[in-house]
Design a protein around this ligand. Structure first.
Ligand code: MN
Length: 192
């Protein structure tokens, strides 16, 4: 676990994104965030807290509540815990574009407390299969991430497990920030 890649990709004189800092919190429970990111290609960044960082995946099409729909998720570099609060503009360089906090909340594995949930996640990351329950504002219930290819691609599939929160409705139609209530356009306009 390291933020070396995160640091290397960014010039902190240019970007307002948080500095690379590992925070092994006792904060509980574990947190997650999904950031809608209008970079060169629009995508959703799904991030789960573990080991003092945010494990991160870029999901081009965004999450679905339909268990039959599996979304491609590319695992990317770990991000600092502080990143979960980041909404605004990356003016230039890596990831240049607008970032919105599309959803946030807490997560656990099988309803277990922080420490046990984290152990399951770390073990699952090695095996390439993690199951977790999200308590967000848009996403709730059980979800899974399963690795389909290693290496440069580091491709996973992100999908809903069938439960009472599963639905055919397109959750990405809810397209405002859960923090500011702003749309991507408003963030782009008002964060200058
Ligand atoms: Mn991104």
């Amino acid at each position: 676990m390291t933020l070396k890649k995160y640091r290397e990709k960014r010039n902190f004189k240019e970007t307002p994104e948080p500095k690379a800092k590992i925070v092994r919190g006792k904060r509980k429970p574990l947190e997650f965030v999904i950031q809608k990111h209008a970079a060169s290609h629009l995508h959703y960044d799904f991030r789960l807290e573990a080991e003092g960082v945010l494990k991160s995946w870029a999901i081009p099409k965004g999450p679905s509540l339909d268990p039959e729909i599996k979304r491609l998720a590319m695992m990317v570099e770990d991000h600092p815990i502080e990143y979960r609060h980041f909404e605004g503009i990356i003016p230039r360089g890596y990831g240049a574009g607008t970032v919105m906090i599309w959803d946030k909340g807490t997560y656990s594995v099988r309803g277990l407390p922080r420490k046990e949930s984290e152990e399951f996640i770390l073990e699952g990351l090695k095996k390439g299969k993690i199951h977790f329950t999200l308590e967000g504002e848009k996403l709730r219930g059980e979800f899974a991430l399963v690795r389909i290819a290693r290496g440069a691609g580091n491709q996973w599939l992100f999908f809903k497990i069938d439960d009472e929160e599963a639905s055919k409705k397109d959750i990405t139609k809810k397209d405002r920030s859960v923090v500011s209530g702003k749309s991507l356009m408003q963030i782009a306009k008002e964060t200058r």
